[in-house]
Design a protein around this ligand. Structure first.
Ligand SMILES: Cc1cc2nc3c(=O)[nH]c(=O)nc-3n(C[C@H](O)[C@H](O)[C@H](O)COP(=O)(O)O)c2cc1C
Length: 210
């Protein structure tokens, strides 16, 4: 079974944010879908070992910012590369609070959906949260970026930068597994989730130092 073919399931790119007892955090996700219309519900699938998952389990609320075609790799990396357990991802980022007091960003965002969790399922590596939509903020008229466009326009550019920067590791964007080392062999399979090399993003020494 070649898990690479699952990439043919089309989707978007989102910034998932939440807040619990004054602690805010967020991470990049590539799955969010409308699952019912009355009541209006969406689903998201979040890695169980992520800090965002821990906070949503407690707060039972989140916001989904639908990222648009202008999204930068810097923005994605800010919310993807490191866990919010150790650093404040919102530092130097301007945010707005939604009806639930959950922060969201407006730069490079098309629409923000605020939701309350009504149900969840343990799926092994991930938790599937089903949530009822309580508010929608139309930020601007920009077009959402698809996961495919993100791969082609943002990830590829990053990989091309690799010649001028020093790679010290690779991170699986599916499960967060980090492989330390400059080279990721072509036949590398993630020991945690079974995905291949295409699902790994380089970690640059220069980014860790900044
Ligand atoms: C393109 C892309 C898609 C991702 N999709 C998901 C996802 O669907 N679910 C998820 O839990 N993490 C996903 N991640 C990984 C998280 O953003 C990442 O593990 C993050 O560091 C978690 O941070 P936290 O511990 O502060 O919550 C994705 C990352 C990237 C770059």
């Amino acid at each position: 079974m070649n898990l690479d073919f699952l990439k043919r399931i089309t989707g978007g790119l989102f910034l998932l944010t939440t807040e619990f007892n004054g602690i805010k955090n967020g991470c990049i996700i590539n799955n969010c879908m409308e699952v019912s219309t009355n009541p209006s519900c969406i689903s998201i699938s979040v890695m169980k070992n992520s800090y965002t998952n821990e906070l949503i389990e407690k707060s039972k609320k989140f916001a989904i910012s639908i990222l648009n075609k202008d999204v930068s790799s810097e923005m994605v990396k800010k919310f993807e590369l490191f866990s919010g357990r150790k650093n404040d991802k919102f530092q130097n980022i301007s945010t707005v609070m939604d009806k639930n007091n959950v922060p969201y960003v407006t730069k490079n965002v098309s629409t923000v959906i605020s939701a309350n969790v009504i149900s969840k399922f343990d799926l092994g590596t991930h938790t599937l949260f089903i949530a009822q939509v309580i508010d929608i903020n139309d930020i601007n008229n920009s077009k959402p970026i698809t996961y495919d466009e993100y791969q082609k326009n943002v990830v590829l550019k990053e990989k091309n930068k690799a010649s001028s920067q020093h790679i010290i590791g690779w991170k699986c964007r599916r499960c967060g597994y980090v492989h330390i080392g400059e080279i990721l062999p072509n036949n590398f399979i993630c020991p945690l989730c079974g995905r291949g090399k295409d699902d790994f993003d380089p970690i640059f020494k220069e980014e860790i130092e900044n």
